[in-house]
Design a protein around this ligand. Structure first.
Ligand code: GLN
Length: 191
């Protein structure tokens, strides 16, 4: 089970630690050749505008879109969620997303005062609440009919799944709790 972690920018190292603790084999992905070796992908938090540019300059955008169209399981967190959405409001005009899950998001949508916060919330299928760390997180503004909402905070979806694409507006790698990653590995490798 080789799990690629997009390592162009952002919070990729912590994802690798969580995946290793769960017995998966994480591999940092920076090039199209790296991508060929993996069976699933994590797209981390960071800065979606920068990551979007780096996806182009690294040559990863087209092969990654192709792998996702062929069903590559993907976990996208925060900026990763933005990059996997259909429509992004308040993005930079030149940033592009993969439309891998039928949601629309508003970048930095929680506003300035509360642009970083932590909260505990129940997650469908998990025993006990999850402690979510939100850092300039996107707000999910539309969820398509084929998308399952697994968790909400104040009615806003924060964890969504469609097929083997799982996205969170929070940073599950920062809570010392591997249950979201475990859920992703189940989703990716149980079929
Ligand atoms: N605000 C960032 C963006 O637009 C996302 C923040 C994060 O990933 N923690 O990409």
């Amino acid at each position: 089970m080789k799990v690629g972690v997009l390592a162009l920018q952002g919070a990729f190292a912590r994802h690798c630690e969580v995946l290793t603790a769960l017995g998966a084999a994480p591999m940092e992905v920076r090039t199209p050749v790296d991508l060929e070796a993996v069976d699933a992908m994590v797209m981390p938090g960071g800065e979606s505008t920068t990551m979007s540019m780096l996806l182009d300059s690294s040559g990863l955008r087209t092969p990654l879109a192709g792998r996702m169209a062929d069903g590559l399981p993907v976990l996208g967190t925060c900026a990763g969620m933005i990059l996997l959405a259909v429509r992004v409001t308040d993005g930079r005009p030149d940033q592009r997303s993969f439309a891998a899950i039928d949601i629309d998001v508003r970048r930095n949508g929680y506003g300035r005062q509360v642009d970083s916060f932590e909260d505990e919330f129940p997650v469908a299928g998990l025993d006990g609440p999850f402690h979510g760390v939100f850092i300039r997180a996107p707000v999910v503004e539309r969820v398509g009919p084929t998308v399952e909402v697994l968790a909400r905070v104040d009615t806003i979806p924060v964890l969504c799944r469609e097929g083997s694409v799982l996205v969170s507006s929070f940073h599950p790698e920062m809570s010392g709790d591997g249950r979201i990653h475990e859920r992703f590995l189940d989703l990716a490798f149980s079929v």
